[in-house]
Design a protein around this ligand. Structure first.
Ligand code: C2E
Ligand code: CA
Ligand code: CA
Length: 851
């Protein structure tokens, strides 16, 4: 909607502007000048005539036709005589005879009649356009006339009367006023016909041939159901021409009822109105016809216009006077004398102004909206600004504080700087001995090492049994000893020697630019020597030994951490092999040590986690080939280290003492298992269990064995304990009583790996063993064609002489077995018959064994 109004408004304003600025422009030049004569029947000043003439003139002037117009009046109303016409004729003859008139326009009958009669002589026989002649008049005048056209006067009194009836439905009397003139009579006649048509019962009082006063008097008495209808009234009863306008005014002044009319010319003089023949409309239509003819059309070819020259016109002030509501009037009426209505008069202007006003209001509202918004923003900004300035104040306050704190800090910083050397010294030195400490080693020596690519050596020095000093003599003595040691060690140093106390009884010597491995070794010996002379501490004299591990850069590491770790490993190696010595680091010790450390680490949980499994290897009787029994062999299936052979972990478990627990577990579980097998298959398989010297040395060993036997009700004669030859030889005295006790209990004792140690045959006699196990090395030799004496034979012989049972181990071939059988070996154990077998597989093996 708004979209449509806006362009409309603009074009409207534009249009108004142009209407004001431009004057009509006539195309005068191109056309030839046409001579037009307007011939009026009546006189100038007669409203009806003036209306027509003026309208014709303005229509012609506003057209593009270039014309010069003469206006003439026959004055037939006032002088309806032949004399008048003769004078006019003469005058016209004088005026127009020699002029070339192009068109004659005649208003009303007299002019048309004069023109048709005289145009040949006077007006160059020009075509005629008539105006304001009624049908009847035209019919009288036109026979034989050609070359004309025109606009008929539309007089329709019925329409006027219908309006009167509409306004006052009980209308019963019509006072009809008309004069005695030709046109008056004709109009009066039409009105009477119309009254009849409206209603046959309506009474028509004709006010004609009466004096003006009589008419006024009659009308004055008219009752409310009557009207006055003016037809035409220009002459009174004395045949005097009167001003019909004045007459109407007088009549209306006295009339109690409304005065209707059939012409428009008395409107404004007290007449109410009606369907009025309009002189202006007539003139306009006539002018338009004239233009067409002047533009070249033939007058006779243009049809006569019948209608369109009358309309409903009413005087508003008269309507008010008689209290007639506008609604009672026909819709398409025109009102005159309406009180001035600004809105109606300046409708477009009002619309435009209203629109502009609305636009302005809108604009103002938008403006106000933005002003408010801006004001709000201003407020927010102001608030922010206040907050900011507050913040700024706070900040300046804090800044002062910060400044003060900064000054404090600066003082503190200065103090710190003053103390930093001291602090550095403290941080990098050992408080007890004053030597450099571990931090120094990691920071400074590491740096130094990087600048020594040609090689350096690191000595890890650990005092042997220092714990003993501390524990037995107290920490004071321990500390004093450490001070003394560090003093002595310091005496060794030169420029490129750095002595560090790592902590406890551990010291490190870092030596830059070592010449050779030899010189390093020599330096280590110097240390040992230096510390070997006894220390006097208070009243104690203490002799010391040390273990030293050496690592050399770059072979054993290029950073201090690696060098230190490797020197530690080398030192550990010394400790392991009896302390009091020197060892260089090499990868082998490292690996060995690593495995050892791992094994020790994982031992702890292995037993609880069921990682140990006992395998069983059969021993076969040589003579019968039957199964005599089984040797229990331990396995460790470690999730971290994989399947471990006992060779790898038994030694370590002995060193750590773990074998005590493990050995007991093996004894218990193997006894339990073999007992269950014997019971299940009704057999008497014997069980050989390997026992470590460490187990044997435990005071409770015998009681453990007793406990196991009784717990599982294991037949003692089926239990054999295997002890390695070396163990027995080394501690025969210590263990002989235990062997005796075991033997007394009925338990057999086998000497394992016989032949590999240095058995003194003399000793053998004193040990109560029952079995000799020939080591695999001798079994391997049996079939060696190169060897002259077969040691296996010797052992078998010797054993038998001592009444011992002989078992051969590691028998892998039939040849070996046959040889051993032939030479009287009692039992055979080896892969030939069975590999060590898990519990799950052992039963199957037993069942599949043929004998
Ligand atoms: P050992 O007591 O001399 O055990 C015999 C070893 O020889 C076993 O090795 C066995 O598997 C292997 N062997 C048997 N027959 C043959 C063969 O025909 N050919 C070859 N090449 N080898 C054969 P394993 O089981 O690795 O045991 C190694 C050693 O670990 C044992 O030597 C023993 O000293 C020790 N050991 C094993 N189990 C235990 C145990 O339960 N307690 C203790 N204290 N030590 C055990
Ligand atoms: Ca064994
Ligand atoms: Ca053995």
């Amino acid at each position: 909607m708004r979209k449509k109004i806006t362009p409309f408004l603009f074009s409207l304003l534009f249009f108004l502007f142009f209407i004001k600025c431009s004057l009509p422009v006539y195309a005068l030049d191109s056309n030839e000048n046409k001579k037009v004569l307007i011939l009026n029947s009546y006189h100038s000043g007669y409203t009806w005539t003036d209306e027509q003439t003026n309208e014709i003139l303005s229509t012609l002037y506003n057209s593009t036709v270039n014309s010069s117009i003469s206006v003439e009046y026959l004055d037939w109303k006032r002088y309806p005589s032949q004399e008048n016409l003769t004078n006019v004729y003469n005058g016209f003859k004088f005026k127009y005879q020699d002029q070339n008139i192009d068109l004659i326009i005649c208003t009303d009958d007299a002019a048309f009649s004069f023109a048709t009669e005289n145009r040949k002589e006077l007006f160059s026989n020009a075509p005629i356009v008539f105006s304001g002649i009624n049908t009847e008049g035209l019919a009288n005048m036109s026979p034989g006339v050609t070359n004309y056209t025109g606009v008929l006067e539309e007089i329709d009194p019925l329409k006027t009367l219908q309006v009167a009836k509409e306004i006052n439905p009980s209308l019963d009397t019509i006072y009809l006023v008309y004069d005695n003139t030709e046109s008056g009579l004709s109009a009066g006649k039409l009105c009477m016909q119309a009254a009849q048509e409206l209603s046959p019962t309506v009474k028509v009082v004709t006010l004609t041939n009466m004096s003006t006063q009589d008419i006024l008097d009659t009308v004055q008495l008219a009752d409310s159901n009557s009207i006055v209808l003016m037809a035409s009234y220009s002459f009174n009863s004395d045949n005097q021409y009167i001003s019909h306008e004045q007459f109407c005014q007088d009549l209306s002044n006295v009339s109690p009822v409304p005065i209707y009319h059939i012409y428009d010319f008395d409107l404004g003089y007290g007449v109410l109105g009606g369907y009025l023949s309009d002189g202006k409309l007539l003139g306009e239509s006539t002018g338009e016809l004239a233009i067409r003819i002047l533009s070249g059309e033939q007058a006779s070819s243009i049809p006569i216009i019948q209608n369109g020259t009358a309309r409903y016109i009413f005087d508003y002030s008269v309507l008010e006077k008689y209290n007639i509501p506008i609604q009672d009037l026909p819709i398409n009426n025109t009102l005159i004398n309406q009180p001035f209505s600004f809105i109606k008069t300046y409708k477009t202007l009002v619309i435009s102004v209203t629109c502009i006003f609305i636009l302005l209001i809108l604009f103002t509202m938008i403006l106000l909206f933005y002003i408010r918004k801006i004001n709000n923003m201003k407020k927010v900004l102001q608030n922010n600004n206040e907050e900011l300035s507050q913040l700024y104040e706070e900040l300046t306050a804090t800044e002062e504080e910060i400044r003060a704190q900064y000054a404090n800090l600066a003082t503190a910083h200065q103090l710190l700087a003053d103390k930093s050397d001291e602090l550095y010294r403290l941080a990098h030195h050992d408080t007890l001995t004053g030597l450099k400490n571990r931090l120094y080693l990691y920071e400074e020596i590491d740096e130094l090492l990087k600048k020594t690519p040609q090689g350096a050596s690191l000595f890890f020095i650990d005092i042997d049994n220092f714990k003993f000093v501390n524990d037995s003599l107290g920490h004071n003595i321990g500390d004093l000893l450490l001070k003394k040691i560090s003093e002595r060690l310091s005496s060794l140093g030169s420029n490129n020697h750095f002595l560090i106390r790592l902590g406890g009884d551990e010291f490190v010597y870092f030596v830059q630019e070592i010449e050779s491995k030899n010189s390093a070794y020599q330096f280590a010996l110097d240390i040992i020597k230096l510390l070997s002379s006894p220390f006097k501490i208070l009243e104690n004299t203490l002799a010391l030994t040390v273990s030293i591990g050496i690592s050399i850069s770059p072979e054993n590491g290029t950073d201090i951490e690696t060098l230190l770790r490797n020197a530690d490993i080398a030192m550990y190696k010394v400790k392991n092999s009896g302390k009091n010595g020197v060892s260089f680091f090499n990868q082998l010790i490292s690996d060995e040590l690593l495995e050892r450390i791992n094994i020790e680490k994982y031992f702890n949980n292995a037993l609880n986690d069921n990682e140990f499994k006992i395998y069983y290897q059969a021993q076969i009787m040589t003579d019968t080939q039957k199964i005599d029994g089984f040797e229990a062999l331990i396995r460790w299936d470690s999730p971290e280290l994989g399947m471990m052979s006992p060779i790898r972990f038994i030694g370590i478990s002995e060193e750590t003492g773990f074998i005590i627990t493990l050995g007991e577990w093996i004894l218990r579980n193997s006894c339990k298992y073999i007992k269950s097998i014997n019971d299940k298959y009704n057999k008497s398989f014997h069980l050989s269990v390997n026992i470590s010297a460490i187990q044997l040395m435990q005071d409770n060993f015998i009681s453990i064995v007793r406990d196991v036997i009784s717990k599982f009700d294991f037949p003692v004669h089926l239990l054999e304990l295997e002890i390695t030859e070396t163990v027995i030889m080394e501690s025969a005295d210590l263990l002989s009583s235990k062997f005796k006790e075991l033997r007394e209990m009925g338990i057999s004792i086998a000497l394992d790996d016989f032949g590999t140690g240095y058995s003194s045959l003399a000793y053998l006699k004193h040990i109560p063993i029952t079995t000799l196990k020939i080591d695999k090395i001798f079994v391997d030799d049996i079939t060696d064609p190169g060897s002259e004496i077969n040691l296996a034979d010797v052992i078998i012989d010797l054993g038998h002489k001592m009444n011992l049972s002989i078992v051969a181990e590691g028998v892998e071939t039939l040849e070996q077995a046959e040889y051993l059988q032939a030479n009287g070996c009692d039992k055979i154990q080896g892969y030939l018959y069975s590999k060590p077998t898990s519990q799950q597989d052992l039963e199957k093996w037993i069942l599949s064994y043929p004998l």
